[in-house]
Design a binder for this molecule. Structure first.
Ligand code: ADP
Ligand code: MG
Length: 324
């Protein structure tokens, strides 16, 4: 185990007056993993990240990196670096000088800091833009410069707060792949805040789902998606139905619902063609809505229309019970 190099949150709490933004959070970020903090707006993701970065004070608890409590160290002394939600670059400085800025503050000589900046620009494929001003770059390019600027300090942990939110959908997917590549190449821990479950699934080795200032569930991305523990996680991660069976709530994957001759009786309420799948929504007799993602070939072999009666079935053991 490389546990000595992990980043550990111990009883981490942040209060703003009567508001508890982060409540007694305990978590170990294993060295070299890509972790996404995922949850709805206001659940405490940014506050957690800012406490790790040192841009927000801690009300209670500690932040341990490499066995050392860094919770009261200034940001530049922690071994972390943050890429901000709005990655504002210094408009009057060239790309190279933007990237070299923190090294200049540390008193690194010009030749050395330019060399370090050029290495980082190469890493993010921005070498040919070194002399430009930020205003002469596209949004995606500015974002790469901001990444290089954060990485130039050689952090152990890179903190990213909704880094893709300002990009259009096409660029978002492209930059997302770039982030993953960078993390693999550098082998450092990335902690990436997002409210998008698709983004978290695409990027994360581990997903930490937050809700109301606490961690609701955490684990390997596939484990969180395939085995949500609570109704909140099942609904937030998507792709699942939450229905009542035998007096308990269960989660059932939409792609595991089949239309059979026996099963839960329901009435079709909508049919949506999605290419590979047809999304068929129906209402059970108990008044619960169930989504079935049916492979398009299967669906059109025996198509259904709104108003039709159907029987919803699934393989034994596929509906799993949720914690109350
Ligand atoms: P998220 O990033 O998940 O959207 P935040 O961490 O920004 O959520 O906020 C968590 C909670 O803390 C929210 O209720 C928010 O209003 C509150 N909060 C955040 N920053 C401050 C602040 N500086 N002063 C008071 N309340 C704050
Ligand atoms: Mg936030």
């Amino acid at each position: 185990m490389r546990s000595g190099q992990d980043l550990e949150l111990v009883h981490l709490t942040k209060r703003y007056g009567d508001t508890v933004a982060v409540r007694d959070v305990n978590y170990v970020f294993h060295n070299g993993t890509y972790v996404c903090l995922l949850g709805p707006s206001g659940c405490g993701k940014s506050t957690t990240l800012r406490m790790i970065a040192g841009h927000e004070s801690v009300s209670d608890g500690s932040i341990v990196l490499d066995g050392l409590d860094i919770a009261h160290l200034p940001p530049a002394k922690r071994g972390t670096a943050m890429m901000f939600q709005s990655y504002a670059l210094f408009p009057h400085l060239s790309v190279r000088d933007n990237v070299a800025f923190s090294l200049r503050m540390k008193g690194v000589d010009k030749a050395s800091r330019h060399k370090a900046a050029d290495e980082m620009l190469e890493l993010v494929h921005m070498t040919s833009f070194a002399q430009r001003l930020p205003a002469q770059l596209s949004g995606g390019q500015q974002q790469r410069v901001a990444l290089a600027r954060a990485l130039v300090t050689k952090p152990r942990v890179l903190l990213l707060d909704e880094p893709l939110s300002a990009l259009d959908p096409f660029l978002r997917i492209k930059v997302r792949a770039e982030l993953k590549r960078l993390q693999r190449e550098l082998g450092i821990t990335f902690i990436h805040v997002t409210h998008g479950q698709d983004e978290a699934l695409a990027l994360a080795d581990e997903i930490v789902v937050m809700n109301n200032a606490v961690i609701e569930q955490a684990g390997a991305a596939r484990d969180v998606w395939t085995a949500p523990k609570t109704e909140f996680v099942a609904r937030f991660m998507g792709g699942h139905n939450v229905i009542s069976l035998d007096g308990a709530k269960v989660a059932l994957r939409a792609d595991e619902v089949v239309l059979g001759d026996h099963g839960l009786s329901a009435t079709v309420t909508s049919v949506e063609y999605q290419g590979a799948h047809v999304a068929m929504t129906s209402m059970t007799e108990a008044g619960e809505e169930v989504l079935a993602l049916v492979p398009e070939g299967t669906f059109y072999a025996n198509p259904k229309n709104p108003g039709d009666a159907v029987s919803l079935a699934w393989d034994e053991g596929r509906a799993h019970r949720l914690q109350a």
